[in-house]
Ligand binder design. Structure first.
Ligand SMILES: [Zn+2]
Length: 371
């Protein structure tokens, strides 16, 4: 893809292009940020820029034979490394056709989505030491086109230790005219020695307008696009999941309103019924609901203290908050936020959802009456 097809991130695009044009392209660059901010699309468009035969100052041409081959993810000097589930495949190469399929479908995706695609059993993916051997083999080959070789490593933090050590050796003695693009979402899990060998490029979150415009271009109405863009914190993967894949924000709003009503009335039967209902949705939906609730608490506070100027809610939400927001104050907002964040944490670790949501109702009941 060309830079112009990547959503937002204009500053990063010019930084990458300038580096190449000023012959200051680092041999290992670490694109660091949540995957929903666009690390992979940036790496893909930068690869195309590096390999293009007719690039201008800002972008690849999109038409030359190199561009077309990068577009099809079939360029002989563009290599990919990504986590694999070991019983499915020890290295990336046999999974390349699925990888191409995923990128062509939508280049903004996370590790969960990728595992869904390659392993129906959903087992843990890693980048194994076999992969580092494979990289060394590929580096031994001459660049087909006589120019640069580009190696995109998606989620290097999923390397196990022996694999990471081998990669470190490669980065310590970088082969000429080879660019490594590491797309990392969790720097803490990378070896510090690897980090110190790279040029770090922090990828910022996308702007509210960029997410909103994307959602509108996908057919959402302005009110829904505003509401989703407001709560997905510059993360296009989340915005896409909520707005395009699963347009269930009406359900979330209803679930939220039911919960708050039952807890406000101290109606234990309703609370238990509600918890059963909430627990019946899948894990992803449960987490989405909790994140949505945190968003609604924040919006309530904003409404209380800024007289509506900063709130990002739809008309229906606005109606509910008109009465409800006064129950969220400086006395309890931190409690709400902590409890709901803890709930996300425990759901990720497979807690019993029915018990978890029941407990959460009792906490909300206490907090709400402590405004
Ligand atoms: Zn080109």
């Amino acid at each position: 893809m060309q830079f112009s097809e990547v959503i937002g991130q204009e500053r990063i695009k010019s930084k990458l292009a300038d580096g190449l044009n000023n012959k200051k392209v680092g041999h290992a660059q670490l694109l660091l940020g949540d995957l929903g901010f666009g690390g992979l699309p940036l790496a893909l468009s930068f690869s195309q820029y590096i390999l293009c035969k007719d690039r201008n100052k800002e972008d690849s041409c999109g038409k030359c034979s190199s561009c077309l081959r990068v577009l099809n993810l079939q360029h002989p000097d563009l290599h990919f490394v990504f986590p694999t589930v070991q019983p499915v495949s020890k290295t990336s190469t046999p999974l390349l056709s699925l990888w191409r399929e995923q990128i062509k479908e939508f280049p903004y995706f996370d590790l969960n989505r990728w595992v869904e695609k390659i392993d129906p059993k959903g087992r843990k993916p890693i980048i194994s030491v076999y992969e580092s051997d494979e990289i060394i083999k590929r580096l031994g080959l001459h660049a087909h086109e006589g120019g640069y070789k580009v190696i995109i490593i998606w989620l290097p933090e999923e390397m196990n230790i022996s694999s990471a050590n081998k990669l470190l050796k490669i980065l310590e003695e970088p082969p000429v005219k080879t660019v490594f693009l590491l797309i990392c979402s969790d720097k803490k899990r990378l070896l510090p020695t690897i980090i110190s060998r790279t040029q770090i490029i922090p990828i910022p979150r996308l702007r509210f307008e960029e997410i909103r415009d994307y959602l509108i271009s996908e057919g959402l109405n302005i009110a829904s696009a505003d509401s989703i863009a407001g709560k997905t914190e510059g993360n296009l993967i989340r915005a896409h999941e909520e707005g395009v894949n699963n347009n269930n924000q009406d359900d979330q709003r209803e679930l939220f309103i039911q919960m708050m009503r039952a807890c406000f009335k101290k109606d234990v039967i309703d609370m238990i019924g509600w918890a059963e209902e909430a627990a019946s949705h899948g894990k992803d939906n449960q987490k989405r609901f909790l994140t949505y609730a945190i968003h609604m608490f924040r919006q309530s506070i904003l409404k209380n203290y800024t007289e509506d100027e900063l709130t990002m809610v739809s008309g229906e939400e606005e109606k509910f908050l008109a009465n409800f927001s006064r129950f969220i104050t400086g006395n309890n907002v931190q409690d709400f936020s902590t409890s709901f964040n803890d709930a996300v944490y425990h759901i990720d670790r497979n807690a019993n959802a029915k018990i978890l949501f029941t407990q959460l109702c009792f906490q909300v009941m206490r907090y709400i009456h402590n405004a």
